[in-house]
Design a protein around this ligand. Structure first.
Ligand code: TXA
Ligand code: MG
Length: 319
């Protein structure tokens, strides 16, 4: 059930959260499937609804630093610097947790991932529920993250969804753990370059390390309803052959590259890196008729680095 986010609808969603019922809400990144972070039963319902592996911890959403008190064991200086610069916003910090955070939220880890969403509806909902809200992206496990309320309704018919329109970023938050050195565990809506301007020592975790520290990175993600083949930059000729061999193949394409494929009517991702990041999950959920999806590598800089991470994880095959 999609509801416009009126004050009455937000009160209704907050009451559902307090009763232990999951509800979906918009954030600036993607839609979240929320439950009270202090209610292990409600959190288990979120895992069950998503079909999420139970070793994959959730992000806890709060309205600001005061609500964090009691959930984390202090803020190291590096965390404070990042929070001051990027909250509210698409940055998730992994910090040592207190006993107040149930193990169901953190999948038994000693740390908890937290963020302050930059979205008036998300903030109003958490405020009205007066509890921190644990929320993964509101998709069935393994599917692309939902950037619109309608995507949530496809994956969870009947669920209460506050409809805030299209998500502003369309790509999930960047996840940073504050060990020594601080590490990016998941690339996301804040590019590494911007984080390094505040924390020069920040490194990007290798895949092996990210998988070890952030269980979500182990699982298959973002799978479209049909196969996706990703072509490396050096394989332009192979991409042309694949397109020529299959007239029904749908090409995901940055606007600037569309003229390279005359007569193909590609699925347009957008022009600027922000538009491409915004268009990616929508494109992966395209309802256009066709056979396979074909995509090609984009330069790994700024936001496009996170876009490439998602394309690689969504791909059935990399050529
Ligand atoms: O933008 C976002 O982050 C969205 C919106 C709804 O806030 N949420 C989101 O949640 O993408 P989810 O559950 O789809 O992804 C959470 C990621 C996973 O990769 C998970 O493994 C990691 O955060 N994570 C959560 N808690 C962690 C922890 N304690 N240590 C390391 N990684 C953690
Ligand atoms: Mg997710």
């Amino acid at each position: 059930m999609l509801l416009p986010p009126t004050p009455a609808a937000i009160r209704r969603a907050a009451a559902a959260l307090r009763r232990g019922q999951p509800v979906a809400f918009p954030t600036e990144t993607v839609y979240g499937l929320g439950a009270s972070a202090l209610d292990p039963e409600a959190v288990r319902r979120v895992f069950a609804a998503k079909g999420r592996p139970d070793d994959n911890p959730l992000i806890v959403h709060v309205t600001g630093l005061p609500m964090l008190r009691g959930l984390v064991r202090g803020l190291p200086p590096a965390a404070r610097k990042l929070a001051e610069r990027f909250w509210p916003g698409p940055l998730t910090l992994v910090l040592p947790k207190t006993k107040a955070v149930p193990e169901a939220v953190t999948a038994g880890l000693p740390t908890v991932a937290v963020r302050v969403p930059d979205h008036p509806v998300a903030l109003a909902l958490i405020e009205a529920a007066a509890v921190p809200v644990a929320a993964p992206s509101a998709n069935r496990s393994g599917r692309p993250s939902p950037t619109r309320a309608a995507h949530v309704a496809v994956d969870f018919p009947g669920l209460l969804v506050l409809d805030g329109g299209a998500a502003r970023h369309g790509l999930e938050s960047t996840v940073v753990s504050l060990g020594d050195p601080p590490r990016v565990l998941r690339l996301g809506a804040i590019p590494v370059e911007e984080l390094r301007a505040v924390l020069p020592g920040l490194v990007v975790a290798t895949r092996t390390r990210a998988r070890a520290e952030s269980p979500g990175m182990r699982h298959r993600h973002y799978a479209p309803a049909r196969p996706l083949v990703l072509f490396r930059r050096s394989r332009a000729a192979a991409l042309r052959e694949a397109l020529a061999a299959d007239p029904k193949a749908l090409l995901l394409c940055a606007d600037a590259d569309a003229p390279l494929f005359p007569g193909r009517r590609p699925v347009r991702l957008g022009g600027t890196p922000a538009e491409i990041a915004h268009g990616l999950f929508d494109a992966l959920r395209t309802e256009r008729r066709g056979s396979v999806l074909l995509a090609y590598a984009l330069p790994r800089r700024g936001l496009l680095r996170a876009v490439m991470d998602r394309l690689e994880r969504a791909a059935t095959r990399v050529v």
